[in-house]
Unconditional design. Sequence first.
Length: 467
Amino acid sequence: MQLCSGKIPGYALASTFVALGGILNGFDTGSVGAVTEMPSYIETFGHLSSTMRGFTVSLIMLCGAIPATVAGHLADRFGRLRIMIAGAILCTIGCVLECAAFHLWLFLIGRALMGIGQGFALTNVGVYICEIAPSRSRGKFVSLPQFGAAIGVCIGYFSCYGSIHIDGDMSWRLPYILQAALSTFWAAGSFFLPESPRWLILHGRRRQAMEELENLNFEKAEAEKDVLRPIENPAPEVGVLEGLYLIFTRQYRLQTCLAVFILSFVQLSGIDGVLYYAPTIFAQAGIPSQTASFLASGISAILMLVFSIPATLFADKWGRRTSAVCGGIILSGSMLLIGSLYAASAVHSHGAARWVVIVSVFVFALGYVSTWAVFGKIYASEIQPTKTRATTNSMATGGSFIANWLVAFATPIFLARSAYGAYFLFGAIALFTLVVLATCMRETRGQSLEDIQVSFAQPSARPSIRE
């Protein structure tokens, strides 16, 4: 199917459309924490303890972890698009169950199905975009799902801020009705997208790959440079265990470990704790009413969206390692500062310290969307060769889901028992991540995927701190 619309190339349209998965993911992230605090939700399902609330919020990540680890193998065998579409359909079913639930167990089943769907779909979104975008603009397009997530968080916060004023249980159901509509559109539209040309070439289907390159509006020079210069032979089908063994062989071990570490530890810095429980965090810092804390959460979401725009547009101008180092400094500094203020009992309902905490939360969130949110998924995908990209990205995304679950589950328990413990923990993890990334990452900006593989195959694959 020819995707070109005027001056917009097909690969740009396809990348933008699959990034709707990021909007859906962000929508849930921005709404579920606020929804579980709404009086109408509590009237429907009863009051949730901090442990049960953490379980309800985080279930989507827990259930997404296992499918995420096998989605890459399935995508290698059946194609990137087919697995994405299957995941999008499961997300739609999950959203419908959530918005229709009258018992907590049915709401939890809906969240579980949505998690499974996201595990299959989101794992392959970055891989798909990475494989259809030209090297000169790959970073910009691979960062689109993260930009979409920022849009989704913003929509989620403000849908809750608006719906809380609706009488009855429609106040908490409305965000899930909107999510179901978005998920349906995403699933239906994905049927009309072209398959990844690199996946087709890897499976010896060069003629079809040429057709898809034409549909994606690749220029001949771009196609020869970025796609049709194979350094690998067509891949035989392998089982799950063989695929896992392959990604940890000496040839691919460094890329695999870097991808898993980055996607897992970037999440362990605590960003989902801030996003899911922003109303609680702002209330703890001294913003009194529920409406005011929801509004503060919405304002933070707008700022995150604004900061995501230049981060996305200039993803191919800033170095990956520069983003990693700058982000680590901002994130660890913000968290450790907040923890220190709470540990010193300096935060009260009045006074300057509470505003330092609130501003630091904003700085943390804005620093994350400007740096780590952008470089992580780009780097984890682009450093992998085609034959292992989906499997490695799958394992790394599975690690990300588990890390997200740990943060989302533990944060309300931490906040209920200690005002500062969570911040010190997240700050220490961010600092550790900074040290590892500054030591082990090498720059990949502007290189073709094939050139990146050549560079990792060289003995000097380990970078210097000044690279």
